[in-house]
Design a protein around this ligand. Structure first.
Ligand code: NOJ
Length: 770
């Protein structure tokens, strides 16, 4: 080990620089170093580097790793996850460095998904900020905290496009749109990895779950996926690719199958696409026991599956130890080659080099750093600001919000005093006792100026079987033993005495996230009954929602005066809710996943196709694509979200209406703050092409701008559109644009736009015509 460090120190000095986060494909010094190390390893030790164990504080899958210490000493482990804190990391790292033959340091990973100890809003909420700087900042803070706690690697960003809110993991991604999803993927990778992976406060990112995991049939987690290549390339793959372009160090294979072959055994996916077409240089890790699960998929026994996975392009085996168990034998029988093992091992060793682990296996990990850099007031302030930006105001009749900082408020609901659920399903190292409840937040913001009457009103769920399942999945669901009727009566009494009712309702955090699909996505029945009773009091009623997915809210939208969607807002959720309720912050979030009216409309997403028989609003026509019992359109569309002020949009102005070749079109609208408060609007640009060689979506997001305006202020918001924005995948999977008519739509959401049309022709066509 000493020799390794000396060699590395020399190299760093000679180079006089650090590695950039965008890891160079070829680095002669790294290659020489890794080749030397590889040359000194036994086959067993090389296979050991491909083994990732779950050791420590958290359980994030169905089985646990055993005998970690012994395996580390023998050199049978390349990395571990679920171990953090300087003390725990140092202890285990010392075992690897001091007691294994070659002293190769371990890689320490963890699911730092929306913050490490300062928890930010759950990812779907983060995406509703449409604020890439804020998202990058949240990832940077997460990286600083996690690295101070001894970590090197996060299993994030999760960039799976999801069009089905029954799927609980919709909470973990950026919603349904590939354009926005790609920008967010980039921002998160940049935030985690920083400008230089070797810096002690950088975290290597892992883009997941490659690929298409969000398209599980019927929204049931781990279920089968089947889709056309064109659909993949156009709508589902762009965010993974964007993460790669941002220099992501690792990729996690997904649990689902693709084209009939599990992703983890899919050579087309992990080699042809990822390596050959996209030139990925980092390493591929499986998801939790994904190789072992291939036998349930129907791919044969574990020996066969280990062979398939290695040959497909999987470098590291998470928890399942299929590689550890079977690669030696497979190599001995010539079923796999030594060079296949070497290649995978080289990629893991390179990642450790990129992270600077050979130079300092304990990089950045000190108790002093952990004390001074984790959960700082500054980090909490950022979490509060970002949480407020993630909230989406769905309804605000008669400007009932913001509330006055005076009078009497009935604060009702099972999530009012809750600190545990608001951290969301990937709370990871987040400490719920540090989290601010809505009740505490309101008291922090308005103090004694407002009289607050609190009543729980209902339990989160009443169904004992569901409650038991959720508790078993890690959510603490405190149960009030009073009868539902008694609890509702108390809430109604409080409401009757109040000027306004604020009901804080929603899901428990374990109702979304992994293995948390739901077939009905409304509020749990007991909470619905509470809400009905509150509506009957006739008092002005504000519904504050906490939940991990779009919900069906048709009844609520009709009967509540205001609805504020706050997702699971993280450590500072309660303060942020109070900031928005009382108008210290003007909400600006916009939805990134469609809210259906009913479950029967799912999958429902804004960038759908027109079909040959589109419904045009006249119910007298029979043979059209529609439901008899429900409108086609959603309750709340992609991009939707209100503000305490109102924004008015002028008509779309275009620099020209006929363009040729690679000219640039300038499209603009005048945006006016027509209300009484300063506010921020996300102006969205959508394009559509009514005629092309393949059918196109009715519209695709191609740009957006966040604009802050004072009351009465007007700004010209301008977008520059080039042929790059017109491109799509044709039936040969070429990514190009085709001449024709384009509709430019600019507006406040995908369903509220102003539009104008241009004709864009290719140069050759114009010349020929002349
Ligand atoms: C399984 C999940 O699918 C994945 O997202 C996570 O990173 C791993 N478990 C590790 O906890």
């Amino acid at each position: 080990m000493k020799r390794i460090r000396l060699m590395l120190a020399l190299l760093v000095v000679t180079l006089g620089c650090c590695l950039p986060a965008q890891v160079p494909p070829v680095d002669p010094h790294r290659d020489a170093f890794v080749s030397d190390l590889l040359g000194r390893m036994t086959v067993e030790e090389r296979i050991g580097q491909l083994n990732l164990l779950s050791v420590g504080f958290d359980v994030t899958g169905p089985q646990l790793s055993k005998d970690a210490d012994t395996k580390v000493r023998r050199g049978w482990v390349g990395g571990v996850f679920n171990t953090f804190t300087p003390v725990a990391v140092r202890k285990l790292q010392m075992l690897a460095v001091k007691e294994s033959r070659l002293g190769i340091p371990l890689l320490f990973g963890y699911d730092v998904v929306h913050g490490h100890k300062t928890i930010f809003p759950m990812p779907l909420g983060l995406s509703c900020t449409w604020n890439l700087d804020a998202i990058e900042r949240s990832a940077r803070i997460a990286a600083v905290e996690a690295s101070a706690d001894g970590l090197h690697w996060t299993f994030s960003p999760m960039v799976d496009i999801a069009r089905d809110p029954r799927w609980g993991r919709i909470a973990e991604g950026a919603g349904e749109d590939p354009y926005l999803g790609a920008l967010i993927a980039r921002a998160m990778v940049r935030g985690y990895q920083g400008s230089d992976l070797a810096r002690s406060n950088a975290l290597m990112a892992c883009v997941k779950h490659f690929a298409l995991y969000g398209a599980a049939e019927a929204g049931r987690d781990y279920n089968t996926v089947d889709m056309s290549r064109r659909q993949m390339y156009e709508y589902f793959l762009p965010p993974y690719r964007a993460a790669l372009e941002a220099g992501v160090g690792s990729v996690m294979s997904s649990f689902n199958e693709i084209d009939g072959v599990p992703a983890t055994a899919n050579r087309w996916l992990l080699t042809d696409l990822l390596r050959t077409q996209w030139d990925f240089q980092g390493f591929v890790v499986t998801d939790y026991t994904a190789i072992n699960e291939m036998s349930e998929h129907g791919m044969g026994d574990l020996r066969k599956d280990a062979e398939l996975a290695l040959k497909a392009g999987v470098d590291m085996d998470m928890v399942g130890e299929a590689y550890l168990k079977h690669l030696p034998e497979l190599a001995a029988h010539g079923d796999i080659s030594e060079s296949q093992i070497n290649q995978a091992c080289r990629r893991i060793l390179e990642a450790k080099y990129n992270l600077g682990l050979y130079a300092d296996p304990y990089r950045g990990c000190s108790e002093e750093r952990a004390r001074s850099e984790i959960l700082t007031p500054k980090n909490r302030k950022a979490a509060r600001e970002i949480a407020a930006q993630s909230f989406v105001l769905l309804k605000n009749d008669r400007q009932i919000l913001p509330l006055k900082k005076s009078g009497i408020i009935a604060l009702v609901g099972p999530l009012v005093a809750d600190q545990q659920n608001l951290l969301g399903s990937w709370r990871a190292a987040g400490d719920w006792q540090q989290a601010v409840s809505v009740q505490a937040g309101i008291s922090n913001v308005v103090g004694a100026a407002v009289t607050v009457l609190y009543a729980k009103g209902a339990n989160l769920v009443d169904d004992p079987a569901l409650r038991e399942t959720l508790q078993g999945f890690g959510a603490e669901i405190p149960v009030d033993r009073r009868s539902p009727r008694e609890m509702v009566a108390e809430a109604v009494a409080a409401a009757t005495r109040a000027d306004v009712v604020v009901a804080v309702l929603g899901e428990s955090s374990a109702m979304s996230g992994e293995a948390a699909s739901r077939s009905e996505i409304g509020l749990p029945q007991c909470q619905k009954e509470l809400l009905q009773a509150l509506v009957e009091t006739g008092k002005p009623l504000v519904l504050v929602l906490m939940n991990g997915r779009p919900l069906t809210l048709t009844w609520e939208a009709e009967h509540c005066d205001a609805i504020l969607e706050t997702w699971f807002g993280g450590t500072e959720a309660g303060n942020a809710v109070a900031d928005v309720l009382f108008g210290d912050c003007n909400p600006s979030g916009k939805l990134t996943a469609t809210f259906p009216r009913t479950v029967g409309q799912i999958p429902i997403y804004y960038n759908h196709k027109n079909t040959g028989r589109p419904y045009k609003g006249d119910p007298k026509f029979k043979y059209v694509s529609r439901y008899l019992d429900m409108p086609n359109d959603p309750l709340y569309a992609f991009g939707y979200g209100l503000s305490y002020t109102t924004f008015s949009y002028g008509d779309v102005k275009l620099s020209q209406t006929a363009l040729v070749g690679d000219e640039t079109l300038v499209a603009s609208v005048a945006l006016t703050n027509a209300g009484m408060r300063a506010g921020e609007e996300t102006v969205q640009l959508y394009l559509s092409q009514p005629v092309a060689s393949v059918t196109r979506s009715v519209e695709d997001l191609r740009g957006f701008q966040k604009v802050r305006l004072q009351p009465g202020e007007t700004k010209e918001v301008t977008f520059r559109i080039t042929p790059e924005d017109l491109k799509f995948y044709n039936s040969k999977l070429d990514y190009d644009w085709e001449p024709g008519e384009f509709v430019i739509r600019i507006g406040r959401s995908s369903s509220q736009v102003k539009s104008a049309t241009v004709h864009w022709s290719q140069k050759e066509v114009m010349l020929q015509a002349r």
